[in-house]
Write a protein that binds this ligand. Structure first.
Ligand SMILES: NC(=O)c1ccc[n+]([C@@H]2O[C@H](COP(=O)([O-])OP(=O)(O)OC[C@H]3O[C@@H](n4cnc5c(N)ncnc54)[C@H](O)[C@@H]3O)[C@@H](O)[C@H]2O)c1
Ligand SMILES: [Zn+2]
Length: 327
């Protein structure tokens, strides 16, 4: 892996117990560090575990880190690479669909705090991203669906063709078909990030659905996966756009259709009350001078970032797209 990624020197690979046993050996690295799997381990404690292992292995600035796994491993490893000894090169080896199309590209790294998602982090571009679509064969089906939420997001932002491709490209599609889907989805992210690497403007559109999604993840105590929450967030963003007169309400139903097609939920579960979600959204980090910013959608390919959204409209949207409680 090192030479393919243009790095030489010693390497330490960070992975989790689901991915490591399958693929770590084929990466031929000097050290393997295994963190527990799951979003609840995307923490400063995991970063500390990495620092301890790197110091024990005497890895110095000539070394590099390799992140082998889903977005959690990529985000934590990237943050360790940005900070250990003031920074080392790192390589992303994404093995989940979500990490391949989104998390491994663009240089955002970080961890969650008890107060909310991704509250600590750094911009740190990987030296390379190497994704092997064959690893998707062992990805649990639910995780594949979760990744499709970000593919749909990229389709909605800038690549309508992707929305047709998801209809024919499931997890068991040929490597060639999967590769084509991935390339198109990655291209959307790459183009936006290259134009605005530090999120001064246009990059914020990549957060479509995410202000809602982060709140849904947090209030569910991460029982709802990031990708599932993003799917619900896309429905919410479309509903809010229509409610504020920016978009045709038919777009919301179309998005529900694509989510259902890839096996994702289209409504917020009843046990997550709109008021708790709104409170969580207000601590989400994408606040601008005390004002919440929302990414809305006028139409496919036409996003809009605005702070002109009342909390009342957000609550109406949350109520409209939540499942009814069984009372
Ligand atoms: N940095 C960014 O720009 C960015 C963008 C999007 C998402 N994210 C972050 O990514 C995270 C979600 O990533 P995720 O959905 O990959 O979750 P994840 O990292 O938790 O991986 C999902 C599950 O799949 C398993 N897995 C991964 N690849 C596998 C394979 N090939 N075979 C078998 N099992 C496999 C993992 O062990 C894990 O249990 C969230 O923390 C989110 O905030 C970051
Ligand atoms: Zn995301």
């Amino acid at each position: 892996v090192g030479e393919n990624a243009g790095i030489f020197g010693p390497t330490a690979l960070i992975t989790d117990p689901n991915v490591g046993p399958l693929y770590a050996e084929s990466c031929q690295t000097d050290h393997v560090i295994t963190l527990p799997a799951g979003e609840q381990y995307k923490t400063l404690a995991s970063v500390q575990t990495i620092y301890d292992a790197l110091l024990a292995a005497n890895l110095d600035r000539k070394g590099s880190l390799l992140a082998l796994g889903g977005g959690v491993i990529g985000d934590v490893t990237g943050f360790a690479a940005a900070t250990y000894l003031r920074g080392l090169p790192f390589v992303q080896l994404p093995t989940s669909l979500l990490a391949m199309v989104d998390a491994s590209v663009g240089g955002k790294t970080g961890v969650d705090l008890p107060q909310g998602k991704n509250l600590v982090g750094a911009f740190k571009q990987p030296a390379a991203v190497l994704a092997d679509v064959v690893t998707l064969q062992t990805l649990p089906a639910l995780e594949f669906s979760a990744g499709m939420a970000e593919v749909i997001k990229h389709g909605l932002l800038a690549a309508p063709a992707l929305l047709h491709q998801i209809e024919t490209t499931g997890q068991t599609a040929s490597p060639i078909a999967l590769r084509s889907l991935l390339l198109r989805a990655i291209q959307v992210k790459q183009q936006v990030v290259e134009a605005d690497p530090y999120e001064q403007g246009r990059r914020a559109t990549l957060n479509l659905g995410h202000t809602f999604a982060h709140a849904i993840e947090q209030v569910s105590h991460y029982a709802i996966r990031h990708g599932e929450a993003v799917g619900m967030g896309l429905v919410a963003a479309a509903d809010l756009s229509a409610r504020l007169g920016h978009a045709n309400p038919a777009l919301t139903d179309q998005i529900r259709g694509w989510l259902a097609q890839v096996g994702l939920p289209t409504a917020i579960p009843a046990h997550l009350p709109p008021t708790s979600l709104l409170a969580a959204m207000q601590t989400d980090k994408k606040k601008d001078a005390g004002k919440m910013r929302y990414v809305l959608l006028r139409a496919i390919g036409d996003p809009l970032v605005t702070d002109q959204v009342s909390p009342a409209a957000v609550v109406e949207t949350l109520q409209a797209i939540s499942l009814p409680t069984n009372s």
